[in-house]
Design a binder for this molecule. Structure first.
Ligand code: A1D88
Length: 296
């Protein structure tokens, strides 16, 4: 019976995956995927020449990757797994060509009462990405709306395909963003643009998002995932201690006053002198050879 369920799930993933035969072979022929856990709503693999990039693809195409409880719980598990995987130095999170994610699952929320969401602290399980100490790159094609835009903003770097659209349409549902859509958006694009987006549900294009500062790079949609993986491979090639410190310094500095941020950054810089990788990096430079980082 368990075997039948697994086969049915695999078939469902194939039938509903609106992707090409390349993705078909990636899903079916990859023993890595099979060994990475039986997920229903996401595809999890390790990518990159050195297998050091954790790759998560949201895979609920019929609902445009709406972020239902099951999907968010699987995402949490996959992120935690990659967090513990010593080979993985960076994670790439993507969706489909049509949608990164069209938001929290409206049909799942439709019948919830105030007491359900308040007492159950609804959305608290969405914090996995924000808690991850390893860098996470969102590769966004298609719709990134509501919770989809918020999940992208929880990542450290956003790359967008040229047809991507970002928006916070919760106002049309009689509610407001609840997973960072006001706060993070405001910090990313400024108060006036964020206010306009949340009050009107107007979407912005990838190009506008890049100009406003929400995304760091726009590339042709078909090249997006490879581009994100290339960047992730580069990040993974560095010392994990140093990349972790960089991430911590940028994130902390973002929240602090300039004075506090500068102090915190300098202290982390000092702390990096306790690592073997700092010594190796500087020695390798002096000896004109590539460094061999040991993440120690
Ligand atoms: C804290 C976070 C809160 C939130 O995130 S609240 C949710 C915010 N998001 C939204 O309001 C966006 C809702 N979706 C849409 O407006 C539209 O979709 C799109 C503009 C993204 C695409 O429109 P089109 O191309 O016409 O496709 P389609 O027929 O509407 O959608 C295809 C299937 O996907 C389901 N779906 C789309 N978004 C969601 C969602 N957010 N929650 C649950 N289901 C969703 C639909 O219902 C439908 O399914 P079926 O074919 O069975 O009718």
């Amino acid at each position: 019976m368990a075997c039948f369920r697994t086969s049915a799930r695999i078939c469902r993933q194939f039938l509903f995956n609106n992707s090409s035969s390349t993705k078909f072979s990636a899903v079916f022929s990859s023993p890595r995927w099979m060994s990475s856990g039986n997920y229903e709503y996401i595809i999890v693999e390790k990518k990159g020449e050195k297998n050091n990039v954790g790759f998560i693809q949201l895979n609920r195409p019929k609902a445009l990757n709406a972020l239902c409880k099951g999907l968010m719980s699987e995402l949490d598990q996959a992120v935690q797994k990659f967090e513990k995987d010593d080979d993985v130095g960076c994670i790439v999170l993507t969706g489909s060509d049509r949608a990164f994610a069209a938001g929290a699952d409206i049909k799942e929320m439709q019948t919830k009462e105030f007491s359900d969401v308040w007492r159950g602290n609804f959305l608290s399980e969405w914090d996995a990405l924000s808690r991850c100490s390893k860098p996470v790159i969102a590769a966004v094609n298609g719709f990134a709306l509501g919770g989809g835009c918020e999940v992208a903003m929880m990542c450290d770097i956003i790359y967008a395909g040229d047809k991507a659209q970002f928006g916070q349409p919760e106002i049309t549902l009689g509610t407001i963003p609840g997973a960072g859509g006001t706060q993070r958006l405001c910090k990313a694009v400024g108060k006036s643009k964020a206010m306009e987006m949340v009050l009107t549900a107007n979407r912005i294009s990838a190009e506008e998002a890049e100009k406003a500062g929400l995304v760091s790079k726009v590339v042709p949609a078909a090249e997006l995932v490879n581009e994100a993986i290339k960047t992730a491979e580069k990040i993974s090639s560095f010392s994990k201690i140093a990349t972790g410190m960089c991430k911590e310094a940028v994130n902390a500095g973002y929240e602090m006053s300039l004075k506090e941020g500068l102090h915190f950054e300098k202290r982390l810089f000092h702390a990096s002198f306790a690592s073997n990788d700092r010594r190796e990096g500087m020695t390798a430079f002096s000896e004109k050879r590539p460094p061999k980082f040991t993440d120690s």
